[in-house]
Ligand binder design. Structure first.
Ligand code: ATP
Length: 614
């Protein structure tokens, strides 16, 4: 691999002449010069070089592959039969694929109408069926395909799709595409493409892909690394300020609301760990907006948006469009589905409620702001205790995260807790969701790759439960021991769960029914238990009385024996008196012998008696 030098120059100064309509498009969009990564990549990738490109977020990598792909199509399409694709761009998310497709469309608006039209097709899951995709493909005959790995692979399995003339393949966010989740699909796609093609891999963190990149079938690729400046090792754009905030978990939502109130921004993105957390906090923040607790109201209004991978594609794309076009101050709550590649103008603030499980993603999330030389701030919240080490951990990776100059001081602090508790108590479904979000967070936490920092054993389970507004810690293996500590897991006093209602009538009815069933089951069980207990007691009593009988027998026997002994004693005394020889030795005659002799005499008397009776 060779290193290419970077530079910045005007479109007309490239070592070869760009298509005039492309230059027109760029100038009309307002891009006077190439960005450094474009200056380094376009000449090489347009000519016959495979490239591996690592350049900071928001540095213009999309155009650095979109222009060469378009140029290839222009050059080849006259000589090709219709229905043969020439370029393919793969992206890890549907949103990003859609965005890349839009970049092509923007440029193609300037494509001369009198030439054979250049078309693109978006291939992402759940937007349309594979069959519909195929019929669109056969009807429109696009030369460029942009999509996500799974759908592209399904699409390629049809015999009607011809790839034999494919000239150029791009993997955007290549490290993600070559990561475990996608690697198999991506490699399978590359196997169906001609070997004699150009391949370009692009990402802000390409080094993370390691040696897997060679599986993509590149030949002697050029590695292009674009840093902020030649001296700096930093892989963070200079226009992007990174800050951290160390706090107790229960303070996180309060701090979030406070920061959103105090900071000036047009658009902000807030990252949560899981889809459930996004759903839950979106509902919470939206309702807090109605209370006098969020001071973030801007004159033009305020809008919250939620986006995560469990939503269907159409609403996902719509949400993103609405957020992008929002004229109100807008806040997008999301997961890592929106971490990479998304280019939304006016995002001036990014907040990560916790660091991502993969350190590379930290840069991608942060990089949704501070793009293309626009100033932006990205804040990451860290839990007090062990997570402070994350700052040094990232420093080793050439990512400096400063301390945020911010102190939580909010006169509405107590009101916040009350409002939050009231909001949860209004509907049991909210608490259910909070519990699910909490559980999924704990699972998420266990997946951190930096295990020495993010240890489940050191997690403040109670603090996090408070952050989620839980009334009681859920029963889960991870928190077995904490459960014992926190008064049976309760985080509030004297709460009657049986009277905690669902707002939804139907749900509440079925809850009450279940509760009744449970109660009567319990009653039956209690009765059964009582019966069993009585029976057991009876058995115990029985054996107890048996024992008493035995005891009694023993006592009577003892008593009888005692009486016998006394009788014998008397007899001995009597005998000695009769014989007029009284000595201790005689008195000490073994009573057993006396008993025996007595018995014998009694026997003899009886025999006698019997004889007398005859
Ligand atoms: N030559 C240029 N002049 C000015 N702005 C440009 C130029 N090229 C691209 N941009 C703008 O830069 C922004 C970022 O571009 P792009 O999305 O391609 O970045 P990226 O490097 O792919 O970032 P990421 O790593 O986050 O995916 C976009 O808003 C784009 O419009």
């Amino acid at each position: 691999m060779e290193e290419a030098s970077k530079g910045s120059l005007s479109w007309d100064k490239l070592p070869y002449k760009l298509e005039t309509w492309i230059v027109d498009a760029l100038k009309s969009i307002g891009y006077k010069n190439l960005t450094p990564v474009q200056a380094a990549v376009i000449p090489l990738f347009s000519m016959n070089k495979d490239v591996v490109v690592e350049a900071v977020t928001g540095s213009g990598k999309t155009l650095s592959f979109a222009i060469p792909v378009l140029e290839k199509v222009v050059k080849l399409q006259e000589s090709l039969k219709k229905g043969h694709m020439i370029g393919m761009v793969i992206s890890p998310t549907r949103e990003l694929a859609n965005q890349i497709n839009n970049v092509f469309q923007e440029l193609l608006k300037f494509y001369p109408e009198d030439l054979v039209p250049i078309k693109t097709q978006l291939l992402v899951g759940s937007l349309s069926s594979v069959r519909e995709d195929l019929s669109d493909f056969l009807k429109n005959k696009p030369q460029i395909i942009v999509g996500t790995p799974g759908r592209i692979l399904d699409f390629l399995s049809s015999n009607s799709v011809k790839t034999s003339n494919l000239e150029v393949l791009v993997l955007d966010e290549a490290d993600k595409l070559l990561d475990i989740g996608f690697e198999k699909d991506v490699i399978n796609i590359t196997k169906q493409l001609p070997r004699q093609r150009r391949t370009g891999l692009f990402s802000a963190t390409i080094s993370a892909a390691g040696n897997v990149i060679f599986k993509t079938g590149m030949t002697n690729p050029v590695k292009i690394v674009v840093r902020n400046n030649q001296q700096s090792k930093s892989i963070v754009p200079t226009s992007l300020g990174l800050s951290h905030l160390i706090l107790k978990p229960e303070m996180k939502i309060k701090a979030l609301v406070d920061i959103l109130s105090k900071y000036h921004f047009k658009k902000a993105i807030v990252y949560f760990s899981t889809c459930t957390a996004v759903t839950y906090f979106y509902a919470m923040l939206k309702s807090l907006l109605k209370e006098d607790i969020l001071d973030i109201m801007s004159p033009g209004g305020l809008a919250f948006f939620s986006l995560h991978g469990k939503l269907p594609t159409k609403p996902r794309l719509k949400t993103l469009e609405n957020f992008t076009n929002s004229v109100e101050k807008a806040i997008l709550l999301t997961t890592d589905v929106a971490a990479r590649g998304l280019d939304i103008p006016e995002v001036e603030l990014v907040i990560q409620m916790e660091p991502p499980t993969d350190p590379e993603v930290f840069l991608h999330r942060s990089g949704r702001t501070g793009r293309a030389d626009n100033v932006g701030r990205a804040i990451v919240m860290l839990n007090e205790g062990r997570e402070e080490d994350y700052i040094d951990f990232m420093k080793v990776k050439n990512v400096e995260i400063d301390e945020l100059s911010y102190r939580y001081e909010n006169s509405k602090d107590t009101k916040f807790d009350e409002v939050l508790r009231d909001w949860i108590l209004q509907d049991r479904a909210r608490h259910d969701l909070a519990v699910r979000a909490y559980v999924s967070f704990v699972r998420y936490y266990s997946k951190h790759s930096a295990k020495s920092i993010f240890r489940l054993q050191s997690l403040d389970y109670v603090g996090i439960a408070k952050m989620y507004g839980l009334l009681r810690l859920p029963r889960m293996p991870e928190i077995r021991n904490v459960d014992k500590l926190a008064h049976g897991g309760w985080l509030c006093e004297n709460f009657d769960m049986d009277n905690f209602k669902y707002l939804d009538d139907q749900k509440e009815k079925s809850r009450l029914k279940e509760l009744e069933e449970l109660k009567s089951k319990k009653e039956i069980n209690n009765k059964k238990e009582l019966r069993e207990l009585k029976e057991l007691q009876k058995k115990k009593n029985l054996s107890w009385s048996d024992k008493t009988d035995q005891k009694e027998n023993k006592a009577t026997r003892k008593e009888k024996l005692k009486r016998k002994r006394e009788a014998i004693k008397k007899q001995i005394e009597l005998n000695s008196n009769e014989n007029e020889s009284s000595s201790d030795e005689e008195a000490a005659i073994d009573w057993k012998d006396i008993v025996k002799s007595n018995k014998r005499s009694k026997k003899n008397n009886a025999i006698q008696g019997n004889f007398d009776d005859l």
